[in-house]
Ligand binder design. Sequence first.
Ligand SMILES: C[S@@+](CC[C@H](N)C(=O)[O-])C[C@H]1O[C@@H](n2cnc3c(N)ncnc32)[C@H](O)[C@@H]1O
Length: 226
Amino acid sequence: MLNPDDAALVATQVGRPAAPPSRRIALDLYSGTGNATAAFRTAANWCVVTVDNVCDASRRPAVLADARRLPIEGRIDFLWASPPCTEFSDANARVPSVDRRPSLEHIFATLDAVRRLRPRFWILENVRGAIPFLGIPVQKIGPWCLWGYFPPITVTAELAAHRKKPFRSAVARATVPNALSRAVYQAVETYWDFPRLLDMRSMRRHRHVARATAAGLPFTAADDGR
Ligand SMILES: C[S@@+](CC[C@H](N)C(=O)[O-])C[C@H]1O[C@@H](n2cnc3c(N)ncnc32)[C@H](O)[C@@H]1O
């Protein structure tokens, strides 16, 4: 078993700067290239632990493990999870979306990690094809749908308009861009000492508008609960 206090040790073993236990720990689950937490990795006050079950030319996780049997205990500060999207992906045209019955095993593994490791903020990233199963994302930035508990992420218009290029490799398409990693890092740092400032009203409104629109009803401010 790996304790968060050992995270620095793990990081050192894979050649990253040693971090004292006092540093905040970010866990990057299903880390792939590790790009989602790239901005955290360059910050002096963070130690990042990446977990993936593949180690190859583009993926070099600190912990090589199956995320469904995560060998990490204790408490962490931030969790990012990008579980495989193949069971949700619209690109998976062999199965019509109405007939899809995803196992959700990686989603449950992520939620289990959140429950056990109790990060202050956490983000589960996936594709829009997961919306019928996970509900409306807290934030959608370009093709990246984000669920979880995290502060509002400020992004550039360019990132919001980003489209994944279909001709690129699966690893390249799944890679979280540096600009998104930086924006997430900025949001987490900005709200770190003020987690209660998170304002959920806009999310409620978002959901109500979607429901009202789907039902063909006009949306009124009263529905907003404000
Ligand atoms: C969508 S990609 C992650 C992309 C990543 N966020 C990035 O920026 O590169 C999903 C990753 O999950 C990994 N994976 C799949 N099944 C896994 C499992 N059972 N345990 C851990 N990692 C797994 C894959 O090897 C792949 O790298």
